[in-house]
Ligand binder design. Sequence first.
Ligand SMILES: Cc1ncc(COP(=O)(O)O)c(C=O)c1O
Length: 375
Amino acid sequence: MKLRALKTPAALVDLDVVERNTTHMAERMARLGCRLRPHVKTHKCVEIARLQVRGHFGGITVSTLAEARLFAAAGFRDITYAFPLPINRIEEAASLGSQLDRFSVLLDHPATLHELETHSHRTGVRFSVFLKVDCGYHRVGVDPDRDESVWFAAKLSQSPHLDFRGILTHAGQSYRCRTLEEISRVAGQEREVMVAFANRLRQAGVRVDEVSVGSTPTMSVTQDLEGVTEARPGNYVFYDAFQASIGSCSLSDCAFSVLVTVVGQYPDRNKLVVDGGSLAFSLDPGPRHADPECGYGSFITTDGRRPMPELRLVSMSQEHGQIYGRGPIDFERYPVGSQLRIVPNHSCLAAAMFDRYHVVREDHVLDEWSPIRGW
Ligand SMILES: Cc1ncc(COP(=O)(O)O)c(C=O)c1O
């Protein structure tokens, strides 16, 4: 089937590019001596996760318990739930823990520890646990410079109810970078903060088996992961216009795009309107710090081969996308009914807007895959 036959807006996954990205990251991590535990939140889809773990130990990272249940049912045996465990979901975590070889949770607060221990004392279920560390993003995680953080890690490691795995961080501050050099610096900070904290814990008598790091920008450019045991990038499987803009990848590495149809032409305003708005792309503002003109994505030809920088997706409402030309639009090229293909700013959020992905090679549709939704 050809793209032309698809109803729009449609989510497209370019199979060749996914295969290239997964192979490239797997080889990169092997070369740097680090286990790859890909984050599957970007796609939440079993077929894509299978490509990510090819040739690997098979561990994955999830962001929701709904993902954890889907991947457990699909045969994944070692899953890390990389979100601070909500205490009202402990029962579900315990159930996943009893089905899998390993289901690890993470926490950064004594109240969660207390609830886990209470549950474990009552039921006999042991939990595999990571301590979440803040390496500079300042979203969640303990401060590695504070003595209380060492004390808390010691408490986790001494708990008879827990299997303390080690420390885990996500360098989300890498998304504030503008260049490869800036990303390299953040990657260095991520590794150094974590290795130094692991060593401090070891000196205090705490056993730290795992030092887990990973964001797509840092894992795409780092040349040194000494002292790190596992990496958890996720977005790299698709990449997106944001990553291309800050230097993690190029536009031709972007595997996820949204196919839309032109529904209106407004020559006096130099504008096209398409049937994809914020419910197809999300309202992620993109890398405005690096490119104030970025709009909501980057255009590529419908066969996926070439960029089309002449168009900008400038504004959106729920179902409308408003496209302006960087110069005068050649309206004969984009008649009403014609299709346009756009790489969104943030593929994780845009993909989450769709309940099926069309797997494509150039403009041929090969298959249809379904992701899981909800929490
Ligand atoms: C805890 C954690 N680990 C790993 C990742 C993956 O990072 P990225 O989306 O940059 O690939 C994320 C993303 O938000 C995360 O929150």
